[in-house]
Design a binder for this molecule. Structure first.
Ligand code: GRF
Length: 219
C-alpha cells in the first residue's frame, strides 16, 4: 500500500466535516491519515470530538496573538512539528494571510457550502434563496489568498425545492459535504488530483463520478 499522507484538519466550530474525514481515513486503503486537529477557538466542539476519536487536538487561540501572522506562525510551527503534509480547512473561520497560503500552496483544501464561484462568504444558503437558483451545493477547492476562491477539486449539488429554508438547505448540503470532502481529500492525497497552475489536473483527465455527483430531486 502507498504511504498515507499526514493530514491536519483545522476547525473553528462543531466539526462535523472533520468527523467525516476521520471516519473516511479509517477505511482500508484511504490515502490520508488524520493525525492532528487544530482550532483557533479553544471552545470548538470539534476539539472534543477529535479527542474522543483518539486524535491529537490542539487549540491555538488567535486572541492571544497580536496579529494574524503571529497566530499563523504558531500554527505553521505546530503543523511542521508533526510533519503534516496536507491541511484541510473544515469550518475554519479565520482568513489566512498570503504568507500562510503560499507556504501550504497545493497542500491546503477548504470546503465551502455553495457551488463556487457563486455565493462566497457567509450565509450562503440565504444567498442561494435570494438569488432563486434551482441548484445549490458545496465545493472543495485548493485555497488561494482570495477568499472562497481557488481551483476546484470537487462539487456536489442538490435541488432547491419549494418551501426550502436556510435550515433545510443547510441540512441537505451538509449531507453532501460529508460525502464530498472525504472523496476530494482522497483524490488529492493519492495524487489523482493536483494543482497545475490555476487549475486542478486530474490523473485520468476528469474527476471521478463521486466528486461531481448530482443527487436526484428530493435527495
Ligand atoms: C460547513 O458548512 C462548511 O462547509 C463551512 O462551515 C461549516 C462547518 O461545519 N465552511 P462543521 O463544523 O464541519 O460541522
Amino acid at each position: 500500500m502507498t504511504r498515507r499522507l499526514r493530514t491536519a484538519v483545522l476547525v473553528s466550530g462543531r466539526g462535523s466535516n472533520m468527523v467525516s474525514l476521520i471516519a473516511a481515513s479509517r477505511m482500508p486503503g484511504y490515502p490520508a491519515e488524520i493525525v492532528l486537529v487544530a482550532s483557533n477557538r479553544p471552545q470548538a466542539g470539534g476539539l472534543q470530538l477529535a479527542q474522543a476519536e483518539g486524535i491529537e487536538a490542539i487549540a491555538i487561540d488567535h486572541r492571544s496573538h497580536p496579529d494574524r501572522e503571529s497566530f499563523e506562525r504558531e500554527l505553521d510551527t505546530a503543523l511542521n512539528a508533526r510533519k503534516i503534509e496536507l491541511v484541510c480547512l473544515a469550518g475554519f473561520m479565520r482568513v489566512l494571510t498570503p504568507w500562510f497560503v503560499a507556504r501550504w500552496a497545493g497542500r491546503l483544501l477548504n470546503i465551502h457550502p455553495s457551488l463556487l464561484p457563486l455565493f462566497r462568504g457567509i450565509h450562503t444558503h440565504r444567498q442561494a434563496l435570494a438569488a432563486g437558483v434551482l441548484l445549490h451545493g458545496c465545493t472543495v477547492h485548493f485555497v488561494i489568498p482570495e477568499l472562497d476562491a481557488g481551483p476546484i477539486v470537487a462539487q456536489a449539488c442538490i435541488p432547491v425545492v419549494p418551501n426550502d429554508t436556510e435550515e433545510s438547505l443547510a441540512a441537505r448540503v451538509l449531507v453532501q459535504e460529508h460525502r464530498l470532502y472525504p472523496a476530494a481529500l482522497s483524490l488529492v492525497a493519492s495524487g489523482q488530483a493536483r494543482l497545475v497552475g490555476d487549475r486542478v489536473g486530474f490523473e485520468n483527465g476528469w474527476p471521478c463520478e463521486e466528486t461531481i455527483a448530482s443527487p436526484p430531486l428530493g435527495a
